[in-house]
Design a protein around this ligand. Structure first.
Ligand SMILES: *Cc1c(COP(=O)(O)O)cnc(C)c1O
Length: 232
């Protein structure tokens, strides 16, 4: 019981902080989406977060997500997939997730499109960008962006809504902000281009230890785990 009430208190506090940050940068607080990153959390904890009013829930692992979904954990909130996605799992999540945030290759775009068409739906996605060009991280490189948008424009069943990133985290704020700024620039650049199947709206960046900097830099979707649920 007590643990649960802590979840809603955390969400309330984070919401207030987001509202302050939004107002300071002249934005509408409601325009910034709060996603509860709920990997390893059980259905009860997820329910508590949804009741406390997060905008969506984000999961990392397909199996875990399908099991929790089965138990009704996500009712009343949109479901995002934010983890690394293997091609052989694509068919299990298309149409189940409202937004797949972590689309990081041309092959995934084609597979998701195919599955969506076979279901007669359009799947909303974000493109994950490896903005720090870190070899151990997934995501497309910024210079591949045009090629990716070309591919999306020719792929039925896909609706591309923006970008997601997990930038490198440094001790010094300035170095973090460098990558957030680079993401904002990319986001603004692609917002000006006109490609079919693309309606750029979301810039998903910022986690428990970085969401304030990310929002200041222009993020409008933050994915927060430990600051909501406690340490994993
Ligand atoms: C776990 C996770 C988060 C949240 O991380 P915290 O540091 O716990 O806030 C955000 N995005 C992705 C992709 C994650 O896997």
């Amino acid at each position: 019981m007590q643990r649960n009430s802590i979840i809603s208190e955390n969400i309330k506090r984070i919401r207030e902080e987001i509202a302050t940050l939004a107002l300071h940068s002249g934005r509408d607080p409601d325009a910034i989406k709060l996603i509860a990153a709920s990997k390893t959390r059980d259905a009860t904890e997820v329910r508590e977060a949804i009741l406390a009013g997060v905008d969506a829930v984000g999961e990392n692992r397909v199996q875990e997500m399908l099991a929790k979904n089965e138990s009704g954990a996500y009712q009343g909130a949109p479901l995002h997939f934010i983890g690394s996605l293997q091609s052989n799992k694509v068919r299990q999540i298309v149409g189940v997730c409202d937004l797949i945030e972590s689309v990081d290759s041309p092959a995934l775009i084609e597979l998701i499109g195919k599955k969506a068409v076979s279901l007669g739906i359009t799947q909303d996605i974000l493109i994950e960008v490896n903005i720090g060009k870190e070899p151990q991280k997934s995501g497309i490189l910024p210079e591949q962006m045009d090629e990716i948008l070309e591919l999306i424009s020719k792929t039925d069943g896909i609706n591309m809504l923006g970008l997601m990133a997990i930038p490198p985290i440094y001790e010094e704020n300035e170095r973090n902000c460098y990558y957030f700024d680079a993401m904002l620039k990319l986001f603004v650049d692609i917002s000006k281009e006109k490609y079919d199947n693309t309606r750029v709206r979301f810039l998903s960046m910022g986690m428990s230890d970085s969401y304030a900097d990310a929002i200041r830099a222009g993020s409008n979707m933050v994915r927060i785990g430990s600051a909501i649920f406690g340490a994993r």
